[in-house]
Design a protein around this ligand. Structure first.
Ligand code: FES
Ligand code: FES
Length: 165
């Protein structure tokens, strides 16, 4: 079965061997985009979070065939070194990661949250961000989410790769 979609703005036509193959497998194994992580495989930890048409999706549970015609953004497409997404910049500013494994998922979830709620309160963060970090970087992450909102709101027209897709 062949599916056609966009990943980080690039059109892709991928042959998938099983109808129920998760999008995560396609992203990591077929497209070799290793920033998106496998954690629980059950939709719980959020390590596999990507954007599908701008919405945060846990790609371990998202069947690849449903991505047909859609715009997928992974952490590699959120921004880059020259033009980091406000969330990426805030993560650097607040020195959030420890081992780093969970961080792409957190950043993708946060980026989607800021599109919905530009100035999230602590309560909004608790309600909308349910990802898991085994290194317990939650305190720094919370600071970084507020910092990302500040950066984004001070440059609301910033263009990133996702918007170009
Ligand atoms: S690997 Fe997808 S939610 Fe944990
Ligand atoms: S930084 Fe290690 S799991 Fe989150």
């Amino acid at each position: 079965m062949k599916i056609e979609f966009y990943v980080n703005g690039v059109p892709q036509a991928i042959e998938i061997s099983a109808v129920n193959m998760p999008l995560l497998w396609v992203i990591r194994d077929t497209l070799d985009l290793k920033g998106t992580k496998f954690g629980c495989g059950k939709g719980t930890c959020g390590a596999c979070t990507v954007h599908v048409n701008g919405k945060a999706v846990r790609s371990c549970l998202y069947t690849a065939k449903f991505a047909e015609g859609k715009k997928i953004t992974t952490i590699e497409g959120l921004g880059n070194e020259e033009n980091p997404h406000p969330v990426q910049q805030a993560w650097v500013d607040e020195i959030v990661p420890q081992c780093g494994y969970c961080q792409p998922g957190f950043m993708m979830t946060t980026a989607a949250l800021l599109e919905k709620i530009p100035n999230p309160t602590d309560e909004d963060i608790d309600t909308h961000i349910s990802n898991v970090c085994r290194c317990a970087t939650y305190y720094r992450m919370r600071k970084a989410i507020h910092r990302a909102a500040e950066i984004k709101n001070s440059a609301p027209n910033q263009i990133n790769v996702e918007n170009d897709a």
